[in-house]
Design a protein around this ligand. Structure first.
Ligand SMILES: [Zn+2]
Ligand SMILES: [Zn+2]
Length: 126
């Protein structure tokens, strides 16, 4: 399989997700179809895609990198127990950028917002 075909495969696989998977998860899924694919290849392609802005690498999660096929500005909810990252499809507060500009020594070009808590599944377990 050539490089660009693999990149497409990685991209397509990530697009099936709404749960912000890690490279390990994408790798496990792709390997079912293509036993020759390596974790290094998957990771390299995810990194490249995020560097080109085709996908987003979530910078606020600790541990392994999580990737998001949705590059539009949207908010996230992280479960402190299981570490899963959920989308929060609430309205984006565009005024925050202008509000912040009064306090920063420069121009604000965007923001990220992350909510933390415990997801329903984890709350049921405890
Ligand atoms: Zn949880
Ligand atoms: Zn997201």
């Amino acid at each position: 399989m050539n490089y660009s075909r693999q990149r497409e495969e990685v991209m397509d696989q990530l697009k099936l997700h709404h749960d912000h998977p890690t490279a390990d998860i994408i790798f496990a899924e792709l390997r079912e179809r293509d036993p020759n694919i390596s974790l290094a290849t998957v990771y390299r392609n995810l990194k490249l895609l995020s560097e080109h802005g085709a996908i987003k690498k979530l910078t606020f999660v600790s541990g392994a990198d999580h990737f998001d096929p949705n590059t539009e500005l949207h908010y996230h909810f992280v479960c402190n127990e299981c570490g899963r990252v959920f989308d929060v499809p609430m309205k984006v507060a565009e005024h925050l950028d202008q509000d912040a500009e009064a306090f920063v020594p420069g121009e604000v070009t965007g923001h990220e917002l992350v909510f933390y808590g415990v997801c329903d599944e984890c709350a049921r377990k405890s």
